[in-house]
Design a binder for this molecule. Structure first.
Ligand code: SAH
Ligand code: SF4
Ligand code: F3S
Length: 469
């Protein structure tokens, strides 16, 4: 049994990162014959992509996926720790599964992802959720096949979570959810240790994938007809720092652009590591989309300091203005309200910043104290009611600017990657480079292609348009 340990999880050394290849014992590949799995994913794109790897491994083992939880032989929850409500959702689901398990004794239940890396969660599972067969973490995704086999043979609860800095596992099989858009990991973990955030504890040290592995993956995607890649990392702007002397995200983007994949996205950018060179590269290459997600978190330099974000309101705005010089750029953000000690004045500064930046859209959150993080020890004298009021006020402003951004697109022509049939009959849907949802009439054979669409109606969260030749 290996249980998570925060002291180990926060360690950062200069030790070299081990890169290993995924291997599976032949004896495991028939384990899933005539069996079905149900996988539920919570959290960010990293988790979604981990789930694509999990599905890849399960497919290799001949399991079939089911979307009906009642017919599953194996249920796996890939969890997220970022806020309390992500926790609540996963525990709520475990409650439902407990009833299922009572009527289906051979059902195997497992939990993985970021919550598995939390000491408190694992001790609760050991005490109160004894029906969970096994738990594994973000550092040993590739242990899934063996853990699953053990559970079919031995019903004793098995906790196998590693609190290590982390290594890199190449060539885990993958079953992608989308035929045209693909996620590609470029950097794992995070070393920023923002004071409110649990990710550096759940995902380990910042470690970049080798550039040749990334380029090979993208080249294969191109060969298989993919139109878009999203380069993934908690902080993609730190790419290469741990691996190369003079090769960073800007260099990587140039090399990915040269594969000629039609669209390249990258998330998430921390303002701290955003270089001028990167701004120029985005400007120069057509297939690097004019879209940057640039979380600001707060408009108050005092709160940013308490958050450990390492930039001020002024330096954020300076970077923002540089990015705005790129024609057609769309910038989105994340904002936390109600950080411990946030005053009305601090909050006012956040509203002012939003008024200045007029973000195309934003994810907004009420601060949620996370176990073991420095911010969770700060005195929090803002009431929940006040926090909710602030969130409503902020969302009103954000929605106003989202609608304005959409209105600005009226009567203009945009490239849209067609993804499928819309819920409205006879309509297709797709996304612009700036990730705006567009509905329009068209033939099914356009699915998977990039077409030009003129926007003729703008709503708050989507656009309607018509194809132009
Ligand atoms: N690595 C990215 C995003 C990480 S998580 C970055 O640093 O920008 C996505 C968002 O969740 C964060 O940007 C932040 O706005 C929010 N978040 C993280 N921890 C939180 C917490 N404890 N309470 C509320 N929101 C949180
Ligand atoms: Fe969390 Fe900050 Fe790292 Fe983002 S950069 S994952 S908010 S610690
Ligand atoms: Fe959640 Fe872990 Fe992603 S905490 S946001 S799933 S890195």
């Amino acid at each position: 049994m290996n249980t998570p340990n925060y002291k180990e999880a926060r360690k950062r050394t200069k030790n070299e990162v081990e890169i290993r290849e995924f291997r599976i014992d032949k004896s495991l590949v028939e384990l899933g014959l005539n069996k079905k799995f149900f996988l539920k994913t919570y959290g960010c794109q990293m988790n979604e992509h981990d789930s694509e790897n999990i599905k890849g491994m399960l497919r290799l083992m001949n399991f079939q996926e089911t979307f009906n939880i009642n017919e599953a032989d194996f249920i796996l929850l890939n969890t997220c720790s970022i806020r309390e409500n992500a926790h609540n959702k996963a525990f709520g689901m475990l409650g439902r599964i407990k009833h299922l398990k009572e009527s289906k004794k051979n059902l195997i239940v497992a939990l993985c992802g970021c919550m598995a890396q939390e000491e408190g969660v694992v001790s609760l599972i050991k005490k109160k959720y004894k029906f969970v067969n096994f738990v594994f973490g973000t550092h040993n995704l590739d242990d899934l096949p063996q853990l699953l086999k053990n559970s079919f043979e031995d019903k004793k609860q098995n906790i196998n979570v590693l609190s290590i800095e982390g290594d890199i596992i190449e060539n885990i099989p993958v079953k992608r959810d989308n035929q045209y858009k693909a996620y590609v990991n470029i950097i794992y973990g995070c070393d920023k240790f923002c004071t409110y955030c649990i990710v550096p504890y759940t995902r380990g040290k910042q470690r970049s994938r080798r550039r040749e592995d990334i380029i090979n993956e993208v080249n294969n995607l191109v060969k298989n007809g993919y139109q878009e890649v999203t380069l993934l990392g908690q902080n993609v702007n730190a790419y290469g720092k741990d691996l190369y002397d003079d090769y960073d995200l800007a260099n990587l983007l140039i090399d990915v652009a040269k594969t000629n994949i039609p669209r390249i996205r990258f998330i998430t950018s921390h303002p701290w590591d955003f270089t001028d060179n990167l701004v120029d590269v985005i400007k120069k290459y057509d297939n690097i989309v004019n879209f940057v997600h640039l979380p600001v978190q707060s408009g108050s330099s005092r709160i940013l300091k308490l958050m450990g974000r390492r930039y001020t309101k002024e330096s954020y705005l300076e970077l923002f203005d540089k990015l705005k010089s790129i024609p057609g750029i769309s910038i989105t953000t994340d904002i936390i309200v109600g950080f411990p000690g946030e005053t009305e004045e601090d909050f006012r500064e956040t509203l002012d910043l939003v008024e200045y930046c007029k973000f195309d859209s934003a994810f907004t959150f009420i601060y949620s104290p996370r176990e073991n993080t420095p911010a969770s020890l700060l005195e929090d004298n803002v009431t929940l009611e006040e926090k909710e009021q602030r969130l409503y006020k902020l969302n009103d402003l954000i929605n106003k600017y989202s609608k304005e951004a959409n209105d600005r697109m009226l009567n203009k022509i945009y490239k849209v990657l067609v993804e499928g049939e819309s819920s409205k009959e006879g309509m297709l849907f797709g996304y612009t480079e700036t990730n705006k949802l567009v509905n329009f009439k068209g033939n099914l054979d356009l699915i998977g292609k990039i077409v030009s669409v003129r926007i003729n109606d703008a709503k708050s969260f989507s656009l309607d348009g018509e194809i132009v030749e």
